[in-house]
Design a protein around this ligand. Structure first.
Ligand code: ZN
Length: 275
């Protein structure tokens, strides 16, 4: 599932391709994605915001289109602001294909919503409402070291499970939780409240580092992630420990990375480097 760097990458491209455009018409091709088109047709897109993994496309009449791409949702732009449109093969069926559920016709292009598994959702809300949902603090934004340390000290859960709890910290999912723990030299099984302040600080910094690296590479394309230009991210080729089962650890350069399941999610670790 896309995490913070992936959804932020979608946001940055939407800013580039659709802000300033006017929505001329909407083509709802799947009843599941029926939205209140009356509130948004004829309106101009004035901004795009992200709240954890949700996107808010803001319109000049004070309505917003909220989107959560979940597992396999894709937003793809085609139009005059993008010269070359090279579609990744992860865009199954192409745009305007059998997995295209909604098309926003803009005055200078089209924005397509594709979703193979259809877990993603789109809805129209009052713009102020899109910020009122009480989101958890996010790294690189409002997650302070103080809050982070307090959160850890109060929890007896495995640190990796806690990092991925969206109600406590916004945007960190499986890939970046694995990599941050490896970078900080912490075992994913550690109990959160057993981490000493120096370790907690190390982890806090490691989370920022891996998320920034994720952003630099335009996110990780595992399942279906593509950015609105139709291309895949590159982070999956630069992971620190995630997906490296059986490969030699990049730090100690002798131990092989092992995989196990924690809280139902694939967990990778080096038993020498992560205590
Ligand atoms: Zn190692």
């Amino acid at each position: 599932m896309p995490e913070l760097p992936e959804v932020e990458s979608i946001k940055l491209q939407l800013e580039k391709y659709v802000v300033g455009s006017k929505i001329q018409n909407i083509d709802v091709r799947n009843k599941k994605y029926e939205i209140e088109t009356k509130k948004i047709i004829g309106q101009k897109i004035i901004g795009v915001r992200r709240f954890a993994k949700q996107l808010s496309i803001d319109l000049d009449n004070n309505y917003s289109i909220m989107i959560h791409v979940k597992m396999t949702g894709q937003l793809i732009y085609k139009g005059s602001r993008l010269k070359e449109n090279s579609l990744s093969k992860k865009v199954i069926g192409g745009i305007n294909g059998k997995h295209t559920h909604l098309i926003f016709h803009l005055d200078d292009g089209d924005l397509y919503y594709n979703d193979v598994r259809q877990f993603g959702w789109i809805k129209v809300v009052d713009s102020p409402q899109s910020t009122a949902n009480g989101y958890a603090p996010e790294p690189l934004k409002d997650l302070t070291l103080e809050y982070f340390e307090k959160l850890l000290s109060k929890s007896k859960r495995n640190i990796k499970v806690l990092l991925m709890d969206q109600a406590k910290i916004g945007g960190v999912g499986n890939i970046y939780a694995n990599d941050a723990l490896w970078l900080a030299g912490i075992s994913p099984r550690s109990t959160a409240n057993s981490l000493q302040p120096d370790k907690a600080k190390k982890l806090y910094n490691a989370i920022e580092t891996v998320l920034k690296t994720g952003l630099k590479y335009g996110g990780a394309s595992e399942l279906a992630f593509v950015t609105p230009d139709g291309n895949e991210g590159e982070y999956q080729n630069h992971t620190l420990v995630y997906g490296r089962e059986g490969k030699v650890c990049k730090s100690c350069k002798k131990n092989k990375i092992e995989k196990f399941f924690l809280g139902g999610r694939g967990t990778y670790w080096c038993k020498i480097c992560q205590k």
